[in-house]
Design a protein around this ligand. Sequence first.
Ligand code: GLN
Length: 186
Amino acid sequence: MAPRIGVLALQGNFREHAAMLRRLGAEVVEVRLPEQLDGLDGLVVPGGESTTFIRLMRLYGLDEALRSFAGAVFGTCAGMIVLDRNHLDLVDLETARNAYGRQVASFEADLELAGEDEALRGVFIRAPRVLDAGPEVEVLAEHDGDPVLARQGRFLVASFHPELTDDTRVHERFLELVKEEQRVRA
Ligand code: GLN
């Protein structure tokens, strides 16, 4: 059966994530209310503006709903900030917003992906920088020594935008994680 994946659709790049997940065979649900998390196997928190996300999530009770959500979660860019220690505290990371400096605020870079020969093109848009990662965080890709793709249990986070290229590998990894999590919970 196709996994049911929610994409938080309050703001930001949710359409691109939805399109990519559909391409990979998932059933996609746009999530705007807490009850829409019921029955989902996974959830994407997309890029956008983290301050706006946090404000809207509080307003709709989605912050608490996400804290009690038991499925796999994928946060990209602003979505990574939302999940970090200083926000929902679901992933043991400390991130700094817009920390790549003005001149390189947005850039692309080839990333080496753990376990893959072919580089992954990372699109960074006013990206957060990971300042510290706890011992349970597994770094899957780095850029100039900073983690840019990481996993902690059922959480996957990327500081770049894998939904903005044609390369589906990061989303495929997320769907693998969703499957693993379903097996764990079954
Ligand atoms: N700069 C944004 C923030 O701090 C994140 C940018 C993005 O998600 N593309 O929330």
